[in-house]
Design a protein around this ligand. Sequence first.
Ligand code: HEC
Ligand code: HEC
Length: 267
Amino acid sequence: MKAARIILPVIAALCLVAASAPGWRWALPEGVAPPAVPADNPMTQARVELGRRLFYYADLSADGTLSCANCHVQRHAFADSVATRGGVDGSSGRRNAPGLANVGWLTPLTFADPGATTLEVQAVTPVFGTHPVEMGMAGREGELVARLARDRCYRSQFARAFPASGGRIDFTGVARALAAFQRTLVSYGSAYDKGRMTAEQRAGQALFQRDCAACHSGPHFTDLAFHRIAAADPAASDQGLFEKSVREADRGRFRTPSLRNAALTAP
Ligand code: HEC
Ligand code: HEC
């Protein structure tokens, strides 16, 4: 009996190690390679679960009223049902929230920011961005960390998600968890993916191939490049890529959006 008592904790410790070891199961269709995952943010169940909570709860917004999921609505393929949505300060939004299906495979992210190369980097913008203000936490990172650290559930979730740092709660961890969760938003179940299209759908595909696929190319229907699809207008309130690059040639250029689940992402 005594021996068994000593052995049992050892076995339990081994099990914990095995459970958090690399080897996330992607459950992708045959032939689909997993998205690139930064070496410092390996996928684990604990990170995905923490990321899901951070995505759906409004804890990352200044007044606790706005979550990622308010603008990225699951039943709209994680897009919004309105053209633009204002931030917590009452200001108006500027752009339409894109869907997030298969977002793990997209880089750069957003309509006009070549610097948003990973989901970890992109997560900074909705929380701390000022043009537009969305979640309104600019300059309040310390307050955000303190808020999460007060919550027992977050403390234990960070501990499970980031055991190597002793469960440190900081925005790097928030961004990593959000990224891990978003990499699980996978969509490969359409009639197109299964090669089960109707005659009408195949006719549409031929037209799409002719008129649209130059930009909406590949498995996510985007070439991930910046294009101008309307005449550049220096008076327009949104100058697209120009706002980041300040190159005249970039006025009115936007990254081709994915058309995954496009039937659900209007307007
Ligand atoms: C107020 C609405 C709003 C909130 C809140 C919001 N987003 Fe967004 N999201 C947008 C809009 C609008 C865009 C497009 C922005 C742009 O292109 O400049 C966007 C773009 C994105 C993209 C890029 C998708 C692509 O196809 O490139 C990701 C990823 C994303 N958001 C994740 C998040 C996460 C994670 C949160 C929470 C931390 C969040 N968003 C909160 C409105 C919102
Ligand atoms: C020259 C590149 C280019 C071509 C060709 C092109 N698009 Fe686009 N498409 C874009 C860009 C860039 C945007 C985003 C800019 C914007 O919305 O103003 C966009 C936006 C869209 C959207 C909105 C997606 C959303 O979720 O809001 C749809 C739908 C769409 N295109 C379908 C098509 C179809 C159908 C065709 C062919 C008839 C086509 N596009 C041809 C570049 C292109």
